[in-house]
Design a protein around this ligand. Structure first.
Ligand SMILES: Nc1ncnc2c1ncn2[C@@H]1O[C@H](COP(=O)(O)OP(=O)(O)OP(=O)(O)O)[C@@H](O)[C@H]1O
Length: 274
């Protein structure tokens, strides 16, 4: 179980995340939504301590994460894998080596790292690639793959950490709808089959509704909605996206893979709002 208590992040005078208190049970698939700048990435980045909180606490199964340093912090980061919008692979390395890099925390030294992975680790990496339908790409350079394939390689690399928690920061934001669906299917399979808690920042409401058990919406750094997808009413969506203040901004923010909330679509005709 992951517990956030009054978690806050300030950048100078600006507050990016404000007093967020949440409990996320093991095995949940959680979607975090909200307009650009709402604090979604900062929230996720605090969980694996890419950003240090300015206040509040993070507790995972009794372990206080916010105070960890050195070896303990590295150990936490290996329990808490993260994938990013831009995949963050090493472009010139082959796919298999990129996946093996997920074991880096288990190795004490970096020199000649690439020769040092064990047969067991190579087998594990190939199994991860097979699971993501990418075994035939193992020896191909990562930068020759499509965006969707690269994101699935990043997921395979994350799986090599055998994480308890998988954080995904806008994992499908730069993908076409078909690739996005494959990536989301992979995340859901990992969640359902391995019981790994997945917390995923998403900018498409329909994706959050389709894949997540729970949706958390942020607005100006605060959680303004936290419930099952069916509870997202028209009023709540309007509040999350601040439509009263800025109808044009709302249409820009709420995009959709299926097209029914595409930019410019009339608000009244948007199924998400009814
Ligand atoms: N390193 C930083 N230094 C200063 N301000 C930052 C930093 N990182 C984020 N911010 C600010 O914190 C606020 C929240 O940003 P964050 O990236 O968490 O939002 P977001 O909801 O993930 O937005 P997006 O969907 O555009 O990524 C924004 O106002 C942003 O400008």
């Amino acid at each position: 179980m992951l517990e956030l208590r009054n978690l806050t992040k300030r950048f100078g005078p600006a507050t990016a995340v404000s007093e967020v208190t949440l409990t996320i049970p093991a095995g949940q698939m959680v979607g975090v939504i909200g307009r650009s700048g709402a604090g979604k990435s900062t929230l996720l980045r605090m969980l694996n301590r890419l950003e240090d909180p300015s206040g509040g606490g993070i507790v995972f199964n009794g372990l206080s994460v916010d105070g960890l340093k050195g070896r303990e912090l590295r150990r936490w980061r290996s329990r808490c894998a993260m994938i990013f919008q831009q995949f963050n692979l090493v472009p010139r390395l082959d796919v298999l080596t990129n996946v093996l890099l997920g074991r880096i925390a288990e190795h004490r030294t970096l020199p000649s790292l690439f020769k040092r992975f064990s047969d067991a680790e190579r087998t594990m990496a190939m199994l991860a690639l097979e699971r993501l339908d990418l075994a035939d790409k193992a020896l191909q350079r990562a930068d020759t793959l499509s965006g969707g394939q690269q994101q699935r390689v990043a997921i395979a690399r994350a799986m090599m950490q055998q994480p308890e928690l998988l954080l995904a920061d806008e994992p499908i934001a730069s993908l076409d709808p078909r690739s996005a669906a494959k990536v989301m299917d992979a995340l859901r399979a990992i969640n359902r089959e391995d019981g790994i808690t997945v917390i995923c920042n998403l900018h498409t409401l329909d994706t959050a509704r389709q894949y997540c058990d729970r949706i958390i919406a942020m607005f100006h750094g605060q959680v303004v909605f936290d419930d099952v997808p069916d509870a997202l009413t028209r009023d709540t969506v309007r509040r999350i996206y601040g439509v009263e203040d800025d109808a044009e901004g709302f249409r820009e923010e709420l995009t959709s893979n299926s097209g029914w909330l595409r930019p410019g679509a009339p608000l009244a005709h948007s199924p998400a709002l009814v």
